[in-house]
Design a protein around this ligand. Sequence first.
Ligand code: PLP
Length: 374
Amino acid sequence: MNDLLYLDHNATTPVLPEAQAAMATALSECWGNPSSGHAAGRAARAVVEDARKAIAELVDADRGSRVIFVSGATEGINQVIASVPQGRLVTTALEHPAVHAAAGRRDDLSVDLVPVEESGHVDALRLLEVVDANDPPSLVCCMAANNETGVVQPIGELVPPLRARGVRLMVDASQMAGRLPLNFEAPDYLVLTAHKLGGPKGVGAIVVGEGIDLSPLIVGGGQEGDLRSGTEPVPAIAGFGAAAQVVLDSRQEEASRLWSLREAMVRHLMHSLPGSRVIGLGAPRLPNTLSFVLPEGASATAVKAALDADGICVSSGSSCHEGHDAPSTVLTAMGVPADEAMRVLRISMGRLNTAEDIGRFVQRLPEVVAETTA
Ligand code: PLP
């Protein structure tokens, strides 16, 4: 994979060397069961608790909150939604499918969707209007940043008014945690996942505010304070903790570096691909993500495949269902017409990407668009 140009970091990130090293050490030296009281168990327990501290620091968790290790953001979302009392869930069409699927399993939870602005931004006041329009909801779910568009939501404007109303808020910070400071007061539930921030796949966390109820989804041996049974995956947790430390130390610097690369990419593409349009204009966005509509006549699926043949990995705004490409539900919720959604390409950068990489991409893309356009 030497020549591979990976521009799909919102799908997953390469595992940071520091995380790999921490995992290797955990595998070879800290293989005990963290629940065992003897020396081997204590060594494994120390790894888990160090990682827990690193995650709490990364998200600037309040004292008294708890970090619960789970298998990833999908599990975290499922657990929170399964935990809340019956009633109403207020959310957006932008959320990860786990939110909608987990809510769909609850016959006693109705779902109210908050309209989304054309930019992909959710207006905090409109969300509060939906909250106030009926009985207080059991839960509000709003992601911190969207995986497809990179648009950042106004979580800071939601936490205090929802808390004042006694309404619980779950924030999916999977895409934001490694990329920007979480510049908002801690919500009741914060969900994150290691593999979007340079850690391994299969581990994530729910950060639960002090005194906030949460029920286990998986019961058994009572690990994680009885909130997630099963022997903790110590090597994966070690990798998560190490990655969290690295991103915390370099997040600011990395954000401005990626922001300049993104700006340069936009300037270049607007010039070399007239008729293309950036998605999410006017809304605050993640520094690493650029989602844009290719000029008329192009097909994002064909462009993606041709780039792939050249060793360049990107993502498109459509998804394949039963052999047919369908526009993404996120873009549809933003009012992007279906024919435009089928032309959306998503570039998501990460720490290994350099100015040379972006140069290679912006040079190759217009050629590929010309080659694949009928
Ligand atoms: N939430 C968001 C915003 C995501 O982008 C993803 C990953 O695709 C998830 C949740 C699910 O995370 P995981 O792969 O850890 O289950």
